[in-house]
Write a protein of this length. Structure first.
Length: 235
């Protein structure tokens, strides 16, 4: 064991940017707050812990976030961004986009030092939405009656047993608009983009995202690792 540690120590001193010195943190699935990870979802606490572990590892010289996610909640993205910001104080953080990195997935990507994507990666989709389901007619057909005792008129506005009122829709729009304003302000603080170029919320191909300032370079995961290594050398 002593001999192995001696060899590793020698290699580290001889080449401080060997392959093991770039940590790849995978962000795959819908981002939600919490510590969990499944085939379809990934928790902000899980991602944050991986980022901070790489940031605090003295043998890690750069971090690559491999993002393949449809997005997630603004709160989950904001928690992960705090951890990315922490990591950037210590070493370069680079993003490699997979099949998709729109919406909240792009939100976290914007805080990296550099973003790589494939030509047909689906990114952009920058915006906020709130979906309401109205099952009241289905309830009527099935003879289901719902009685609600509530403290305020809008307390149950998210429930599907009734249609939201015009006043509730106005409140929901205000909340969505405020969340989008925060989203755009945060992203534009990191990337040179205009509100007009992204405010319709459309998906954008990686190749087209370069012209809009959303992505820096076309490349795969290996390109991102090489780029992160070069940034670490330049520090």
């Amino acid at each position: 064991v002593i001999g192995i540690f001696a060899i590793l120590g020698f290699l580290s001193l001889a080449d401080p940017l060997s392959l093991s010195d770039v940590s790849v943190v995978r962000v795959e699935g819908l981002m939600v707050t919490g510590p969990g990870k499944s085939a379809s979802h990934i928790g902000s606490e899980y991602v944050g812990a991986e980022i901070r572990k790489a940031a605090d590892d003295p043998l890690t010289r750069a971090i690559v976030l491999r993002i393949d996610s449809p997005g997630g909640t603004p709160a989950a993205a904001q928690e992960i961004i705090r951890d990315i910001t922490y990591a950037k104080e210590k070493k370069p953080v680079v993003v490699s986009m997979g099949d998709a990195a729109p919406s909240a997935a792009y939100y976290i990507a914007a805080y990296a030092d550099r973003i790589y994507s494939s030509p047909d990666t689906m990114t952009g989709g920058i915006g906020v939405m709130w979906v309401f389901y109205d099952l009241s007619r289905q309830f009527d057909l099935e003879g289901i009656e719902v009685d609600v005792v509530k403290s305020g008129d809008m307390k149950d506005m998210t429930h599907p047993y009734r249609t939201i009122s015009p006043d509730e829709e106005a409140v929901a729009q205000e909340l969505v608009d405020a969340s989008f304003d925060r989203l755009f302000d945060d992203i534009s603080s990191q990337r040179n983009i205009t509100r007009e170029s992204i405010e319709d919320g459309r998906l954008i191909r990686g190749e087209d995202a370069i012209a809009l300032g959303l992505v820096d370079e076309i490349g795969n995961l290996q390109d991102a690792i090489a780029g992160a290594r070069a940034m670490a050398r330049a520090r």
